[in-house]
Design a protein around this ligand. Structure first.
Ligand SMILES: [Zn+2]
Ligand SMILES: [Zn+2]
Length: 119
């Protein structure tokens, strides 16, 4: 049986008493960056990346998000649909072309998700 004294969960605003000594209740496990579950996929670089970029932009010259919105903008960024940090593969099936604006927007959303993960 656990011997640690019950302590409130250290998640802000959560007062569930935790008895297993982790300092976190079931709903609020420790943030993943202290205990990564899966290493981020290695990013392809160099000449191979250059070829994959050219291939992607040849097949999808336009920003996919803009197309969804009925707009037309040239894709300038090779984007990972599921980011490598979130376990996405660095292969053509997981890449899409985005304009600068949509790429920035998506990266921002991914950074925010990374920060709030575990809530
Ligand atoms: Zn909690
Ligand atoms: Zn766009």
């Amino acid at each position: 049986m656990p011997t640690a004294a019950p302590r409130p969960c250290s998640h802000p605003g959560c007062h569930v008493l935790v008895r297993d000594g982790t300092g976190r209740c079931e709903k609020h496990p420790r943030p993943v960056w202290t205990k990564p579950k899966k290493a981020a996929t290695k990013r392809i670089t160099g000449r191979r990346l250059q070829r994959m970029r050219e291939e992607l932009f040849r097949q999808n010259p336009l920003c996919v998000r803009c197309q969804e919105l009925g707009l037309v903008a040239l894709a300038t960024q090779r984007d990972h649909i599921v980011s490598l940090e979130e376990g996405g593969e660095d292969n053509p099936a997981n890449t899409q072309g985005l304009c600068d604006e949509h790429h920035e927007e998506k990266s921002l959303a991914e950074r925010l998700r990374g920060r709030t993960r575990g809530r």
